[in-house]
Design a protein around this ligand. Structure first.
Ligand code: HEC
Ligand code: HEC
Ligand code: HEC
Ligand code: HEC
Length: 420
């Protein structure tokens, strides 16, 4: 090439070089600034691996990963020693830990005491993004599979797909049991408000349930309503019993983490709040404002969770929560002690010769109710904060029924009303 031609090309090469350098700098800088949230790629339909969603939503991914910091799960027995007697005959008497972060579900379910694995594949139902596709694959047969049959197939913890549609990011209900329960209540699933969805995504798992006899299908006992009383009536009408207490002989029902049910009808729920308002408040992650994806005690970030509505200050709020929880714990301890006493009285009555069988049955029925009302409170997280009045009302009922069970069991064996 002639020198003159090369000279002519210099400006063009220079322009190209500047363009290339600018492009590199532009891309480099972009990668280092806070990435604007919004679809930056597509997420495969049915993507169960949350890390893949994280590529598209890196700020949300960081927030989600912070759930690793919520790693404490002490045994319930440390603060509620009466639980071991109350749950005799179930796996819960062998091991029962408090919950921790969403990212730990697989680790926790796999390391559970073998006594708890009797419930089979159903144990995984609220633990993994892979559950809906697994239910689709096996149909209702899923619920009849054993723990071991399913355990190697399910490896992802709770994640994005549990609550979001990967295409639109809209909130969605992925669990059949919730859809079916709402449909049985006559709800049109297409007419659910966005604010209600901000609670219903949680109600997929933070609810009480039972295994339908025969099919072992996870079912929500909500046909009469979601209060402890309405659920007790539902079980009585169905003649449903989960287990017979080996010491007392009573036919009992087990409650599970009824956070959603307890919240319904509370001051906050009737004022229009949803779970996400306190548990997923807006928060700054770098320069981006997002709904926090760290599911934890709102007391850890009370400025974000409460003070945008309550101007009374952090100290007042913390005191209110602690006061409510202490009062609930005190009443719960009274109820726990009374139920254990009822169990012991039933044992004595059953071992007595000439016991009045009809009265013994009445005492057992009262124990069934006492156990249910106590359990509904005891295993529900939040120590009554979600609905203080309803919680104390349930504990009053539990204490009353337990004392009546004690009196009836004593009457059944002809003992004096009170030992002095
Ligand atoms: C337990 C349910 C749940 C899970 C799991 C979950 N989200 Fe969300 N997400 C929500 C709720 C509730 C909102 C608030 C939505 C609203 O009010 O519109 C939200 C909002 C969002 C938004 C909208 C912007 C914002 O911050 O409000 C994005 C994007 C998002 N989530 C991404 C993710 C990603 C990515 C994952 C997985 C790493 C994930 N979410 C996991 C419940 C969940
Ligand atoms: C797919 C089921 C599922 C969904 C959906 C779900 N959770 Fe959870 N959640 C769990 C399980 C299971 C645990 C306990 C995990 C463990 O201990 O391994 C848990 C733990 C928690 C904890 C931690 C409790 C503690 O003691 O630290 C909070 C808070 C919580 N969830 C709130 C929510 C909220 C709010 C929503 C809705 C926005 C929600 N969860 C949606 C199943 C779910
Ligand atoms: C008005 C605010 C508020 C709303 C709304 C709310 N919660 Fe809570 N939640 C709390 C407080 C406060 C606690 C007690 C935290 C503690 O004891 O450290 C709590 C505790 C919990 C816990 C146990 C967390 C822990 O670390 O002990 C779970 C799980 C939970 N809530 C789930 C839910 C679900 C599901 C909903 C919706 C049905 C909901 N909450 C609605 C404020 C709220
Ligand atoms: C979106 C607004 C909102 C948020 C967020 C909120 N609250 Fe409330 N709270 C209310 C409303 C509304 C009432 C009803 C009484 C009133 O109007 O002051 C109420 C009532 C209360 C009461 C008295 C009634 C009762 O049930 O005991 C307490 C205590 C309380 N809130 C604590 C909290 C705490 C703690 C948090 C954070 C974990 C919180 N609130 C978050 C709106 C909110």
């Amino acid at each position: 090439m002639e020198i003159s031609k090369i000279k002519k090309l210099v400006p063009i090469i220079a322009v190209l070089a500047v363009f290339a350098v600018t492009t590199v700098i532009f891309l480099f800088v972009r990668n280092n600034e806070v990435v604007m949230e919004g679809p930056q790629g597509s997420i495969a339909a049915g993507e169960t691996n949350s890390a893949k969603w994280g590529i598209v939503y890196p700020v949300h991914w960081d927030s989600y990963q912070a759930n690793l910091g919520n790693s404490e799960n002490p045994s319930h027995f440390a603060t509620k020693p009466y639980m071991e007697v109350i749950y005799a005959g179930t796996g819960f008497a062998a091991e029962f830990n408090e919950p921790r972060g969403h990212v730990y579900t697989i680790e926790d379910v796999r390391s559970i005491d073998p006594a708890r694995q009797k419930s089979g594949a159903s144990c995984f139902t609220c633990k993994s993004t892979q559950v809906p596709e697994t239910i689709e694959k096996y149909g209702d047969q899923y619920y009849l599979m054993t723990f071991d049959e399913i355990k190697d197939q399910i490896t992802e913890p709770i994640g994005c797909l549990d609550c979001h549609d990967p295409e639109t990011m809209a909130l969605r209900i992925s669990r059949p049991a919730l859809k079916e329960a709402l449909e049985r209540q006559g709800r049109d699933l297409n007419k659910i408000t966005h604010q209600e969805m901000r609670s219903l995504v949680c109600a997929q798992c933070h609810v009480t349930y039972y295994f339908e006899p025969g099919t072992k299908k996870v079912t929500f006992p909500w046909d009469n309503g979601v209060s402890a009383r309405e659920i007790m009536t539902y079980y009585d009408e169905k003649g449903f019993t989960e287990w017979a207490h080996p010491i007392a002989g009573s036919n009992l029902v087990k409650a599970r983490h009824a956070e959603y049910e307890t919240f319904m009808g509370s001051t906050h729920q009737s004022a229009g709040l949803a779970c996400a308002d306190c548990h997923m408040p807006y928060t700054m992650s770098g320069n981006t404002k997002i709904s926090s994806h760290v599911w934890q005690s709102p007391l850890n970030n009370i400025e974000q969770s409460c003070t945008n509505c309550h101007r009374n200050g952090i100290e007042w709020l913390t005191n209110r929560v602690e006061t409510i929880q202490t009062q609930v714990k005190d009443s719960q301890d009274l109820a726990g002690t009374a139920v254990v006493e009822a169990i012991n009285e039933l044992k004595t009555a059953r071992e007595s010769s000439g016991v009045d069988q009809a009265k013994l049955q009445e005492a057992m029925a009262l124990h069934r109710e006492a156990q249910w009302y106590l359990d509904y409170v005891m295993v529900t997280n939040g120590y009554g904060f979600h609905n203080p009045t309803e919680t104390l009302n349930n504990l009053n009922t539990a204490i009353d029924k337990a004392h009546r069970a004690i009196a009836k069991a004593r009457e059944a064996r002809g003992a004096k009303a009170i030992d002095q």
